[in-house]
Design a protein around this ligand. Structure first.
Ligand code: KG4
Ligand code: ZN
Length: 363
């Protein structure tokens, strides 16, 4: 049995200020997880404003840390280390977190571990479900979309991803085009439930090309055209039009994700994993039809399907604390020279991704 380790995690790479305490012994336990979102601060701007985000993180992070320790019933003296997101993300926000973590580490003498935000997401199925390596992972949110074969705490093979928008971003833009509230995903899903998906058959980009790369930016252009044609024809949108457009859009995204996941599963299964498993994380994992399609696909391939609870698959600091512990166990330590990295690809050998989403640079 290995001695349990208790880490504080700090996350500030986008628009959530977060702190959490995680303990890993025989099993992993989230002792506390505090997430302060900034949706209200950015609402008027139609996207995250990096400078506003950075200021908010600087003002709020220490309060998040205090609350996370309080809720865990611990003090700094009870910790074994401090893990912090050191990238990729909006640089001002990442810097706020890294500076706070360095200060805490210097003040307490605790070890400091810089964590890749995407590694945090990718290792979450181990925190929540104890998945064994290697497993296949689909990160799908407003800022991320990639398939990873996770072979170890620092072994990530990216086998495909979006070449432009992330699916969550496409949901958000669709909602905006149809006058629905943000975040768009839940609003579009709710409308789509009453819609006729066959009325507007929107494109399924990149399905005609081999591989697991995806593209979602063309979908919103197609949706815009369909919307404008309706407005020109009838002078506006009826309730049924909006529902049918949402259903057509969601069906197209689901079809693309399902087909690309099928191909990713093939690549993954070629590695003959002893306990094949597929995990989905990110805000879009909340979408019931998408989740159901991927779950069915996995069942057909004899692959275990895992979807961590949403609060741990959207941005949070528990995943950072957990990933920090995994890195620490591999012997990784950082010091005062730890720098904040706006870009930090998980798989250094994969070709660079194109484009940057509304939530900043994609890695
Ligand atoms: O993981 P997340 O909270 O933040 C990052 O993007 O990192 O994901 C938020 C994204 C938003 O774009 C939101 O519209 C999308 O996830 N989302 C959904 C649903 N719930 C949230 N997309 C589709 N269907 C949903 N039910
Ligand atoms: Zn994230």
């Amino acid at each position: 049995m290995r001695a349990p380790l208790t880490f504080l995690g700090i996350e500030s790479s986008c628009d959530d200020s977060a702190a959490a305490v995680v303990r890993v012994g025989d099993r992993a336990e989230v002792l506390s997880s505090v997430v302060e979102g900034q949706v209200v601060l950015h609402a008027a701007f139609g996207g995250v404003v990096p400078e506003i985000a950075a200021r908010a993180h600087a003002e709020r992070l220490d309060g998040c840390v205090e609350r996370a320790l309080d809720q865990a019933g611990l003090t700094l003296a009870d910790l074994d280390g401090i893990a912090v997101t050191a990238g990729p993300g909006l640089i001002g926000g990442v810097l706020s977190g890294v500076m706070l973590a360095k200060g805490l580490a210097a003040g307490t003498g605790l070890p400091l571990v810089g964590v890749n935000h995407l590694a945090g997401h990718a290792l979450t199925p181990r925190l929540t479900d104890g998945l064994a390596f290697p497993y296949l992972m689909l990160l799908v949110s407003g800022g991320h979309c990639q398939f990873l074969i996770v072979g170890g705490p620092e072994d990530f093979r990216r086998i495909g991803g979006t070449i432009d928008d992330a699916p969550g971003e496409a949901f958000d833009k669709t909602a905006k085009l149809l006058g629905l509230p943000q975040p768009g995903g839940p609003a579009v899903e709710a409308e789509a439930a009453f819609g006729d998906a066959a009325r507007f058959v929107l494109p399924r980009p990149l399905l005609d090309r081999p591989g697991c790369d995806m593209s979602f930016s063309g979908l919103k252009t197609a949706l815009l055209r369909a919307r404008d044609a309706l407005i020109a024809e009838q002078g506006g949108l009826m309730v049924a039009d909006r529902r049918d457009l949402c259903a057509g859009f969601q069906t197209a995204v689901t079809a693309v994700l399902a087909e690309k996941t099928r191909r990713a599963l093939e690549v993954y299964l070629e590695t003959t994993p002893p306990n094949p498993a597929f995990a989905i994380a990110g805000g879009v994992a909340a979408n019931t039809p998408i989740r159901a399609a991927l779950e069915t696909l996995c069942a057909g391939h004899g692959v275990r399907f895992v979807a961590p609870p949403l609060r741990l698959c959207t941005d949070n600091a528990a995943m950072i604390a957990y990933a920090g512990i995994e890195r620490f166990r591999l012997g990784h330590r950082d010091d005062a020279t730890l720098s904040a990295r706006p870009r930090w690809p998980l798989d250094q050998t994969a070709p660079a991704m194109i484009g940057s989403g509304k939530k900043g640079a994609k890695a």
